[in-house]
Design a protein around this ligand. Structure first.
Ligand code: T1G
Length: 696
């Protein structure tokens, strides 16, 4: 018996129960408890079979990630799994919730596995920049075959219990409590004198792939197709491949070497940081302990445009009924039509079940007239991005929305306090800033107004998680966190064209860094005329960008922008006309262009963002540097293996960044590049942004 592992004997069956909240991670204490429990039960003459089960909401969710990078404590997981696998008595894993990573590897060391029907089983290590390091790359292909195994290990995506049963990963789906189900299965094993099945000794499912390696290479290639810049997926495929060309123990050794290389590598450190940063971000600072979210069963979305439609789909995807409100039948019909098509396209790709489009559209009720918000617990406004229209809508919402309803604006820039002030219930108002396409992008900036009540914040964060979004609480300022930092980058991108760079050079540097799309290709995708019109409205000049628009080049929608596009293609092609246009514009301004290095471009794409991040922390618009990183990871395609802009800055070194910013401020005469006071202080004190979490 230990704090976290209890052993009970029900006459001939020993039940080893792990109880280590929140997710029964395989900490040193759990490993020792399981090893002792199994060893003692194996030595107990009265015991004929052993069941390993977990208390709480889930089976083992993996190795304890918080122990990574620290001196290893024994027993190691390999030792525990070997003891289970070599046990002379049948050992059964009884799975519920999620059996993930080391948890599934431990179960694969057992001789039999049973699971409740809604359990999920997977090896998600690749999402932490790792690979299964306790035999998963060798035992899983022996359980389910190399094709499914390589897919599961390279993508990290779990499978359901019915899929696991179909593919031989589990022997049975059990009803009721997992431990009781495991015990019943153990009694059958005893009664039928079934010998322990050691996966390490069973190569039956490898034969076909050994004969025709393409089964494996194709599966690996398919799984790897979308892993730009990541090391772990390739290492995962290599490790699983050794099940086909090495004896078990040699392949286990190769797995270990590949695992340790990744574990000590920069990418996995950044990805583990991102794992905890995402969870930290959901903890709202300044909200009293025990603050409860308000009930949300009915949602209303105002505006069936691109954003409103995507937001409504996010709620329907989570099974939450939505009232979608428009000003007239025509825009409503158009919006619903686009959502229907969107669902059908996803179903056609196999992304959702064939009957899902109908089921989800049935949850979306399209109506005309704001009064239809009356039953909603949460109202999300997604109308045109002008303050006048927002104020008009919120003014009316005050009349129609029921008392206690949470009123959220999907504004991406505007002042939420000003919007809230148009109502008599500013405490119920906040921003919920979704990202396009809203049914796909995971980020949701939760904008805290100066009067927003704590339970309203808690409600928004809770409902965002319920619709599978990653919530980050931010304060009110122009562009909040993400767009404000993006503006700092865009400003430098524009300046670099005057100084000597070309759009394709800047974009190539940014995409090589790991961001899916560069600023100029992104501008062409969004449409250059939007920025042009708003500059004209505000009387702001941007000579090169204006000249491009005056030439009718609005981007993809006109086949020309910073790039040209072949008809029907979205591939940006460098256009000599743009180079000529930039040269002429700069010459007219009497400026001289120079060679700009890729290194300078990268520094001016990233460091000004970090600098703006420091200002955002100074102004408490974001509570933690990690929150800023989560915004960029889930909203702006920042490569996860670089952790986020603030984490990346700590790796580069704040002293170097402050020096380079000061140098560029002097070189360009741009005061916004002067290092922010917080950045300067941390640099001078030799500290990091991460040290702020420790009061640095
Ligand atoms: N280790 C340590 N802490 C963990 C943890 C883990 N494996 N998993 C979760 N937590 C903490 C988390 O930080 C949070 O803490 C709390 O548990 C609840 O998590 C040798 C090398 C299981 C699906 O990658 O995917 O095994 O914020 O908010 O939304 O091959 O957690 O409350 O203080 O996410 O219900 C492989 C990681 C490890 C699975 C539950 N395993 N976990 O989701 O809760 S590597 C994983 C998850 C490995 C071996 C290798 C999810 C979940 P706090 P949560 P949730």
């Amino acid at each position: 018996m230990s704090e976290v592992v209890k052993v009970e004997r029900h006459d001939v069956v020993a039940i080893v129960t792990i109880d280590s909240p929140p997710v029964n991670a395989l900490s040193a204490a759990v490993r020792k408890g399981v090893l002792d429990g199994v060893t003692n039960a194996a030595a107990d003459p009265q015991v004929q079979a052993i069941v390993i089960a977990c208390a709480g909401r889930t089976f083992i969710a993996g190795a304890d990630i918080t122990e990574f990078g620290k001196p290893p404590k024994s027993p190691g997981l390999h030792e525990v799994i070997a003891a289970i696998e070599n046990c002379s008595k049948p050992v059964i894993a009884a799975i519920h919730g999620t059996a993930l990573g080391g948890g599934l590897e431990l179960a694969l060391g057992c001789h039999f596995r049973v699971a409740v029907k809604d359990a999920r089983l997977g090896l998600p290590e690749v999402k932490l920049g790792l690979l299964p390091g306790a035999g998963g790359t060798q035992r899983l292909p022996r359980a389910v075959g190399p094709e499914l195994a390589v897919k599961m290990v390279v993508t990290g995506d779990p499978i359901s219990a019915p899929e696991a049963l179909k593919n031989g990963l589990i022997e049975e789906i059990v009803e009721g409590a997992p431990a009781a189900g495991g015990e019943a299965f153990a009694r059958k094993v005893i009664a039928e004198k079934r010998p322990p099945r050691r996966l390490r000794d069973d190569d039956s499912k490898l034969a076909a792939a050994k004969a025709d390696k393409s089964i494996f290479t194709n599966a690996a290639a398919a799984a790897n197709k979308r892993n730009r810049g990541l090391e772990a997926p390739l290492a995962c495929a290599e490790a699983v491949s050794h099940a086909l060309d090495m004896p078990f123990d040699e392949a286990l050794k190769a797995e270990r070497e590949l695992f340790l290389k990744l574990m000590n590598g920069d990418q996995s450190k950044a990805q583990r940081y991102a794992f905890f940063a995402e969870r930290e971000a959901a903890k709202i600072s300044g909200v009293p302990e025990g603050t409860k979210p308000r009930k949300v069963e009915q949602v209303a979305v105002i505006g069936a445009g691109t954003m409103g439609g995507g937001i409504a789909m996010s709620f329907a995807n989570a099974g939450i009924p939505v009232t979608l409100i428009e000003t007239g039948e025509e825009p409503l019909k158009r919006g619903l039509g686009i959502m229907q098509k969107n669902y059908e396209a996803t179903a056609a790709r196999g992304g959702i079940p064939a009957d899902a489009p109908a089921k989800r559209m049935a949850l979306i009720k399209g109506v005309v007239g704001l009064e239809n918000v009356k039953d909603a617990d949460l109202v999300i406004e997604a109308v045109f991005e002008t303050m006048a229209i927002k104020k008009e809508v919120f003014g009316k919402l005050d009349q129609y929305a029921k008392p206690g309803a949470v009123l959220a604006s999907n504004t991406s820039y505007l002042n939420v306090n000003e919007i809230a002030a148009t109502t008599k219930r500013p405490q119920d108002v906040l921003g919920m800033h979704f990202f396009s396409p809203a049914n796909v992008m995971k980020l949701c900036e939760i904008v805290r107004g100066e009067k927003t009540a704590p339970d309203v914040l808690m409600t928004a964060v809770t409902i965002a998680k319920r619709i599978a979004k990653v919530p980050v609480v931010v304060g009110v300022c122009d562009g909040f966190v993400g767009n404000r930092m993006l503006a700092a980058r865009s400003k430098q991108a524009d300046k670099l064209l005057y100084e000597g760079a070309l759009p394709q050079q800047v974009d190539a540097v940014v995409t090589r860094f790991g961001i899916p799309m560069g600023p100029f290709a992104m501008g062409d995708l969004a449409g250059l005329d939007i920025g042009w019109r708003s500059r004209k409205d505000r009387g702001i000049k941007s000579e090169i960008a204006d000249a491009i628009c005056e030439a009718g080049r609005f981007g993809q929608k006109t086949g020309k922008g910073y790039y040209k596009y072949e008809p029907g293609s979205r591939a940006p092609l460098p256009d000599p006309e743009i180079e000529k246009l930039i040269e002429e514009t700069v010459t007219k301004l009497g400026l001289k262009r120079r060679q700009v290095s890729d290194e300078e471009i990268l520094e001016r794409m990233v460091y000004p963002m970090v600098n703006e991040g420091a200002r955002i922390l100074e102004e408490k618009i974001a509570a933690r540097p990690a929150d800023i990183d989560v915004v960029w990871l889930y909203g702006y395609g920042w490569p996860v293996y670089r952790g986020g802009p603030m984490y990346y800055a700590d790796q580069v070194g704040l002293k170097h960044i402050a020096e380079r910013l000061a140098y560029y401020a002097k070189q360009t005469g741009d005061p916004s590049l002067e290092p922010a006071p917080l950045l300067k202080r941390l640099a001078d004190e030799g500290k990091t942004f991460a040290s702020l979490a420790k009061g640095g």
